[in-house]
Structures are given as structure tokens and as C-alpha cells.
Design a protein around this ligand. Structure first.
Ligand code: HEC
Ligand code: HEC
Ligand code: HEC
Ligand code: HEC
Ligand code: HEC
Length: 355
């Protein structure tokens, strides 16, 4: 249990608890798993090999599905199992640090590694030091599909490691860990964190000017420091937009121009509608040319981020078709969570020059 490790490894435990790895068995996952046969372990494995990968977690999940969580038809009356259930804890410490009953970790910060004599004096019989922990391949077990897994338009559905591999960041020695675990912190901030998102994106605006047909302006969004596509997954959506606003900053109808940055897929994942993501160092320029609204005083430029756009769409459809009896309650919670993760990453207002 992570809490047990946390009694000694205080900082890692505190960080990990706030990370999405600790929340990898949230309502979106459970809402889909409770519909499965408790004995269908291969089916469970197709999800939990990344979301809760320990053998003990597979056992805990099968038990839970066979009892309280799985047995109800609407999930509304049964008390949740103890939050501490191992399968609920997602990507736990041991998933990354225990191999064949032995602890493994990176060499110490000073580069040293314990020998057998030293290990015999340490708690949990010490640890095996391995450089693999500092290598991006360590993350690819869960963040990169294998060659024979699902792909569309010759691109695997999860392709983060390869996107990184082909980027300047790989050539310059910037690993997944250096950006997502700076100073070995166990935070793994990603697209759900506005500050992290902003650290990898350059947003610049070109002020409005009058032209014969109205107003002209532009904005540029650049993937300046993300080690892979922005965004890497098919689930987030970014929207760059420009619109006219009145003296009180209110949007003026009919004046908005927007550009979507996303690998867009329909819910059945049957084909790729478009892929407008930005590769490392790639950029997009949104041009604005619209007639002026009589009340226009300024232009507003924005980059909005919906980290869970695909999931929100997906949960809405599942709930609408009414067949998810067992998971309804969790799916409603998951939908709420997916909708509430949206934020405005950049926003700027520029006054229009006098007419
Ligand atoms: C009783 C205290 C204690 C507990 C409980 C404990 N550890 Fe440790 N752990 C240590 C000590 C001490 C070291 C050795 C640090 C050193 O010598 O550099 C260590 C080393 C490690 C390392 C290697 C760190 C490195 O530099 O690579 C890892 C990984 C690790 N522990 C993981 C865990 C996990 C996972 C758990 C829970 C399953 C756990 N530990 C429970 C005290 C503890
Ligand atoms: C055992 C599988 C596993 C391993 C290994 C793993 N991850 Fe994850 N990671 C996940 C899962 C599952 C999620 C999604 C959790 C959720 O939101 O439900 C995730 C989420 C994340 C996120 C948050 C993404 C967001 O949407 O904001 C980041 C960042 C991340 N991982 C980075 C890493 C890095 C860097 C490594 C390597 C050091 C790594 N992961 C190793 C399974 C794993
Ligand atoms: C190869 C590893 C892998 C497998 C297998 C996998 N996932 Fe994920 N999953 C991830 C990662 C990484 C993320 C976080 C990135 C993202 O948001 O897409 C994630 C995110 C999610 C999320 C959104 C975050 C949340 O907790 O609400 C859901 C829901 C989800 N997965 C469901 C599933 C289901 C259901 C299955 C099995 C059919 C599955 N996953 C199989 C790696 C995996
Ligand atoms: C998704 C995989 C993953 C999970 C989960 C994870 N770690 Fe780590 N941990 C790593 C990696 C990778 C490193 C090395 C990072 C580096 O070298 O930049 C590391 C480093 C460490 C270290 C050495 C830290 C140092 O400062 O030298 C300790 C101790 C540790 N982890 C303990 C834990 C504990 C305790 C937990 C659970 C609360 C945990 N880890 C969860 C991947 C993980
Ligand atoms: C140069 C820094 C950098 C490197 C290297 C890097 N990332 Fe990221 N990553 C980011 C930033 C910034 C974001 C937030 C913007 C975004 O989502 O694209 C992010 C977002 C993510 C997300 C959130 C989901 C999404 O759709 O974007 C995941 C998962 C992730 N990274 C995993 C990885 C893995 C795995 C590696 C190594 C193969 C890696 N990252 C390498 C900077 C980096």
C-alpha cells in the first residue's frame, strides 16, 4: 500500500497522492469496469494493465466486482467499498518500484548504489539500482501502444514515446522524467494543470487593424516546449479564438473565429476526422478578418483547454443510451469531472485603434 511506503518516503507519497497516477481508477474507469463479468479477467486486464497493474490489484478488483460494487443494478444504494481497496489506488508505488519482491529505484542522487552488505542493513533489504528509471522507455510501458495495437491513419492511438523520440527534446537529452518529474518529484503534471500547459506553449497576438472589409488580426499558438505533440492524446481539445468585445468586455455575436487543435475522432474510434495537433516546435496562425460589429471596442484572444473533451462526449453518449445500469452513478460523476477540467490557458484583450 502506498501509505505504508509513505511512512518513510514522505515526500514521494505526498506528491503521488496529488497526481493522476493515484487517481487512475476514478469513476470513469470504474463506471466501465462494473459492467464486466467479475470472472472476465482478460477483459479487466485490457484496462488495468495500465490503470492498476499489480496482480494483487487484479484480485481486489475481481473480488469487488463480485460483491457490492458489481451486484447492484443502479449503484445508488450500496455504500462504496473502503477507499483503501488496493485496486482503487491506481498506479501505486509498487507498480513502478517492485520487481520480483525486491525494491528497485534509480541510483542515488550522488550516483552511488548500495552493495549487498549495505542493502542487508537497510529497510526492505535495500534496493536494486537501475538506470532504467531515468530512461524515457520506462514510461512507454503505459504511454505508448505497441506496433500491433490500435492505429488510425498509420498513427497508433497512444504514440507519446515515439513522438518524443522523433523530437529535438530526445536529441537534446530531455527525458519524460526531466519535464514530468523535475528534481525527481512524483507529481506528473500534464494537460490538466494550467501552469504545466503554459510552460510548453507560446501564445502571441497581432493587434487588430482596420481594413476595407472590417477588422484584421491574428494569433499564433506554438508548441515551444512540449516533448511530444500538443496534445499527445486524442482526448484533449484546445481552442484558439478571436472575437470582438464591447466596452464592457462582452462578446459580440457573430464575431468569433476559432481554430481547434486536436486529433479528432468519432466516439467509435472508427476513423480520423482530422489531426490538427502541433508537433514539437510546430505552430498554427489563426487569421482574423471580419466585418466590425458597431459596438466593437476591443478584440479578445484566447486559448481554451478542455483536457477531457473526448471523455465528456463519450460519457454523455453512454448515459444517453441508458444501458449502463450498473455504472450510471459513476459515469455521472465522471462526466461532471470531465466537464469541470476545462480552463482558459491564455487570454488577452487589445483595444482597436480609433476608426
Ligand atoms: C521503514 C522505512 C521504509 C519503508 C516503510 C519503505 N522504505 Fe523504501 N527505502 C527506505 C530506505 C532507508 C531506503 C534507502 C535509501 C538509501 O540508502 O539511499 C529506501 C530505498 C527505497 C528505494 C530506492 C531509492 C533510490 O534512491 O533509488 C525505493 C524505490 C523504495 N525505497 C521504495 C519503497 C516502496 C515502494 C515502499 C513501500 C512498498 C518502501 N520503499 C517502503 C526506507 C523505507
Ligand atoms: C503502470 C502504467 C504507467 C506508467 C509506468 C506510467 N504511467 Fe503515467 N499514467 C498512467 C495512467 C493510467 C494515467 C491516467 C490516469 C488517469 O487520469 O486516470 C497516467 C497519467 C499520466 C500523466 C497525466 C496526464 C494528464 O492528462 O495530465 C502524466 C504527465 C504521466 N502519466 C506521465 C508519466 C511519466 C513521465 C511516466 C514515466 C516516468 C509515466 N507516466 C509512467 C499510467 C502509467
Ligand atoms: C496502454 C495503457 C492503457 C490502457 C491499456 C488503457 N488505458 Fe486508459 N488511460 C491511459 C493513459 C496514459 C491515460 C491518461 C491520458 C489520457 O487522458 O488519455 C488514460 C486515461 C483514461 C481515462 C480518463 C481518465 C479517468 O481516469 O477518467 C479513462 C476513463 C480510461 N483511460 C479508461 C480506460 C479503459 C476503460 C480501458 C480498457 C478498455 C483503458 N483505459 C485502457 C492508459 C491506458
Ligand atoms: C509511474 C511510476 C512511479 C510511481 C507510481 C512511483 N514512482 Fe518513485 N520513481 C519513479 C521514477 C521514474 C523515479 C526516478 C526519477 C528520476 O530519476 O528522475 C523514481 C524515484 C523514486 C525514489 C528515489 C527518489 C530520489 O530522490 O532519489 C523513491 C524513494 C521513490 N521513487 C519512491 C516512490 C514511492 C514511495 C512511491 C509511491 C508513493 C513512488 N515512488 C511511486 C517512478 C515511480
Ligand atoms: C520538454 C518537456 C516534455 C517532455 C520531454 C515530455 N513531456 Fe509530456 N508534457 C509536457 C507538457 C508541457 C505537457 C502539457 C501540454 C500537453 O498536454 O501537450 C505535457 C503533457 C503530457 C501528457 C498529458 C496528455 C496529453 O494529451 O498531452 C502526458 C500523458 C505526457 N505528457 C506524457 C509524457 C511522456 C510519456 C513523455 C516521454 C515519452 C513526455 N511526456 C515527455 C512536457 C514534456
Amino acid at each position: 500500500m502506498p501509505a505504508d511506503c509513505g511512512s518513510c518516503h514522505v515526500e514521494q507519497y505526498r506528491d503521488w497522492q496529488t497526481s493522476l497516477h493515484a487517481k487512475a481508477m476514478g469513476p470513469g474507469l470504474m463506471g466501465q469496469l462494473v459492467g464486466m463479468d467479475p470472472a472476465a479477467r482478460d477483459e479487466h486486464q485490457a484496462c488495468i494493465r495500465c490503470h492498476a497493474p499489480l496482480a494483487e490489484q487484479a484480485d481486489a478488483l475481481a473480488d469487488a466486482l463480485g460483491t457490492a460494487e458489481g451486484a447492484t443494478s443502479d449503484g445508488s444504494t450500496v455504500a462504496s467499498p473502503p477507499v483503501a481497496s488496493l485496486h482503487r489506488q491506481g498506479v501505486v508505488c509498487a507498480a513502478c518500484h517492485v520487481r520480483a519482491h525486491q525494491r528497485a529505484g534509480p541510483p542515488r542522487r550522488d550516483g552511488s548504489t548500495p552493495d549487498a552488505a549495505q542493502n542487508s542493513t537497510l529497510p526492505h533489504a535495500g534496493f536494486v539500482a537501475s538506470g532504467a528509471f531515468e530512461d524515457s522507455r520506462f514510461c512507454s510501458a503505459c504511454h505508448q501502444f505497441q506496433q500491433d495495437e490500435y492505429s488510425l491513419n498509420d498513427k497508433l492511438l497512444e504514440n507519446t514515446y515515439r513522438e518524443w523520440r522523433a523530437s529535438r527534446h530526445a536529441r537534446e537529452g530531455r527525458t519524460c522524467q526531466s519535464c514530468h518529474m523535475p528534481a525527481r518529484r512524483h507529481l506528473w503534471r500534464g494537460i490538466h494543470d494550467p501552469e504545466m500547459l503554459r510552460s510548453g506553449v507560446a501564445f502571441s497576438v497581432q493587434g487588430g487593424e482596420w481594413i476595407a472589409t472590417g477588422i484584421r488580426a491574428a494569433l499564433t499558438v506554438r508548441n515551444s516546449g512540449v516533448g511530444h505533440y500538443l496534445p499527445t492524446y486524442v482526448t484533449p481539445r484546445l481552442i484558439a479564438e478571436i472575437e470582438q468585445v464591447d466596452i464592457d468586455g462582452r462578446s459580440l455575436p457573430g464575431s468569433r473565429v476559432a481554430h481547434i487543435i486536436q486529433r479528432q475522432l468519432p466516439l467509435d474510434l472508427g476513423h480520423e476526422i482530422a489531426d490538427t495537433r502541433l508537433p514539437p516546435d510546430g505552430e498554427v496562425r489563426l487569421l482574423y478578418e471580419r466585418p466590425a460589429h458597431p459596438a466593437a471596442v476591443s478584440l479578445a484572444y484566447r486559448l481554451r483547454v478542455e483536457p477531457d473533451e473526448f471523455y465528456a462526449r463519450f460519457y454523455r453518449a453512454l448515459l444517453a443510451d441508458g444501458e449502463q445500469g450498473r455504472g450510471r452513478k459513476q459515469l455521472r460523476a465522471a462526466l461532471k469531472k470531465a466537464e469541470s477540467s476545462a480552463f482558459v490557458a491564455f487570454q488577452e484583450q487589445r483595444k482597436l485603434p480609433a476608426r
